[in-house]
Design a protein around this ligand. Structure first.
Ligand SMILES: O=c1ccn([C@H]2C[C@H](O)[C@@H](COP(=O)(O)O)O2)c(=O)[nH]1
Ligand SMILES: [Zn+2]
Length: 161
């Protein structure tokens, strides 16, 4: 009799994998961010990645990081977490979990808090010393949103073709 597999991926590996895969759709040349929102019973509710809003062409709007505000990406790009929240077609995200490849900024933190997400699992935190992320953590702490860093396994996840 065969016994069950034991080397299957964990929930965190599964959902962070989906978030990272989603980020691979991003056209941002510098930072690709992916997000995956999951219910309390581990069902995927929505996904998103950073990019320009519908109708704002990836080929016409700027991807630059520097220069005049109107000629760089920051005023135009929608963040992955906000896209995942806005892409959701159900009625409530109350109590949901967010998997995201980069720690959410202060603007995303506001949306996360207001839509009822209660847990954030993040991978990178490369902007941790910026006012945006410091403010984000202040608000998340005040609102009782729990967050923890994804524990990267050394497992290489390969797709079969
Ligand atoms: O909470 C966040 C913060 C940032 N992003 C996106 C927005 C931009 O497209 C990139 C950051 O670009 P840099 O060149 O690293 O400044 O990340 C996001 O989706 N969510
Ligand atoms: Zn953000």
């Amino acid at each position: 009799m065969s016994s069950k597999r034991t080397d299957y991926i964990s929930w965190d590996e599964y959902f962070m994998g989906v978030a990272i895969l989603s980020g691979m759709r991003s056209k941002d040349p510098n930072t690709q961010v992916g997000a995956c929102i999951v219910s309390q019973d581990n069902k995927i509710l929505s996904m998103g990645y950073n990019g320009f809003p519908i109708g704002c062409s990836d080929d016409e709007f700027p991807w630059d990081r520097e220069g005049e505000p109107l000629d760089s990406k920051y005023l135009y790009s929608t963040h992955s977490e906000l896209n995942a929240i806005l892409n959701y077609r159900g009625t409530s995200l109350e109590g949901a979990k967010l998997y995201v490849s980069l720690f959410p900024c202060n603007e995303c933190a506001k949306a996360i808090i207001q839509c009822g997400i209660k847990t954030i699992v993040y991978d990178e935190d490369k902007y941790k010393d910026t006012p945006s992320v410091i403010a984000s953590k202040k608000m998340l702490d005040a609102a009782g949103v729990r967050y923890y860093q994804y524990n990267r396994s050394n497992r290489e996840i390969k797709f079969k073709v």
